[in-house]
Ligand binder design. Structure first.
Ligand code: G3P
Ligand code: CA
Length: 311
């Protein structure tokens, strides 16, 4: 079972003194990764996707160059079982193809151009080098950055991607990403996280949640996956239930202009051993506000803006 004892210790003010110094020196890379989650984390959402086509090598190169804490990515599986880095269920928005990503083999997907759409949509950021960008496999990303980066990997749409968890864990193990403290696996689907844990219980997991107004009563917020009640009703036991298997929570902060979490949500999650990473925050003033609220990390398409605030 993956817990977050160091974070809990820090939250409870138990983390001080000479004994601590010795303990830090003896940490395994995986323990060090969990310890690092006590600090604020800059998470490059689909790479530096405000500056380069999302989920392409160009977007990850830029984020890595800026020395972010994590490269965020969405993992999906091709018709022939390869793990690829791609967000949408369909290839239409970010490529010159049409259809569902899982219906294509890797060879077919590799023939697509996943960069030109960005140049057409962002004339001010267009770069001829983006044109013709190929869909990335997870293997390729790992081969490029290896253990010099950390990866925040989402099991995207698990029902549409049967076999994803098995293929993902196999890839993580082949590249020695787990024991080396290089990876977090995130998902909106608790079942998917538990499957990953069953395959390798050392992998730190992040439970994603999404709060929005209930259709029956718009004044009441509910959670999309059902893993927690709405923020107004959430209690220590709810957070502890998540902390039983996860090392943190990833949450939205706003729904159609309405704030859905506050400083109390973050404080209570922290007191129950769960750092809170907020998605997806692109404006500097919002980044500042969430940092003041105590957020433990932000997913952003503009890591350069966030890094300026953190430094
Ligand atoms: O993974 C955190 C955040 O990326 C979730 O939303 O839709 O961008 O994958 P999405
Ligand atoms: Ca994601």
């Amino acid at each position: 079972m993956q817990r977050h004892p160091l974070f809990t210790a820090m939250s409870l003010g138990l983390f001080a003194g000479a004994a601590t110094t010795t303990a830090l020196a003896d940490m395994s890379p995986l323990e060090q990764q969990l310890k690092d989650l006590e600090s604020f984390q800059v998470i490059a959402h689909r790479g530096a996707s405000g500056h380069a086509p999302e989920s392409t090598m160009a977007a990850y190169e830029l984020a890595h160059e800026w020395n972010v804490d994590y490269l965020e990515l969405d993992a999906q599986i091709t018709a022939d079982g390869e793990v690829v880095v791609f967000h949408d269920d369909a290839i239409d928005r970010t490529s010159n193809g049409e259809g569902k990503i899982n219906d294509f083999t890797l060879e077919e997907l590799k023939a697509l151009d996943t960069g030109t759409w960005f140049n057409e949509a962002n004339a001010d950021k267009a770069d001829a080098d983006f044109a013709g960008a190929q869909i990335l496999t997870l293997d390729e990303l790992f081969e490029r950055f290896g253990h010099n980066a950390r990866y925040y990997i989402e099991t995207k749409s698990p029902q549409l991607n049967p076999g994803l968890e098995e293929a993902l864990v196999k890839t993580l193990e082949e590249h020695d990403m787990v024991e080396s403290g290089r990876v977090l696996v995130q998902s909106f689907e608790q079942e998917s996280l538990l499957k990953v844990q069953e395959l390798n219980d050392d992998i730190p997991l992040i439970q994603l949640v999404w709060y929005y107004p209930s259709e029956e009563d718009e004044s009441r917020l509910v959670e999309w996956t059902g893993v927690t009640p709405g923020p107004a009703e959430i209690n220590d036991e709810d957070f502890q239930a998540v902390a039983e298997y996860a090392s943190g929570i990833g949450t939205n902060y706003i729904y159609e202009g309405q704030e859905v979490i506050d400083a109390n949500f973050i404080r209570q999650a922290n007191e129950n051993g769960l750092p809170v990473h907020v998605y997806t925050v692109n404006e500097a003033d919002e980044m500042e506000r969430l940092m003041e609220m105590g957020a433990n990390g932000l997913f952003t398409n503009y890591p350069d803006r966030l890094l300026k605030l953190v430094e």
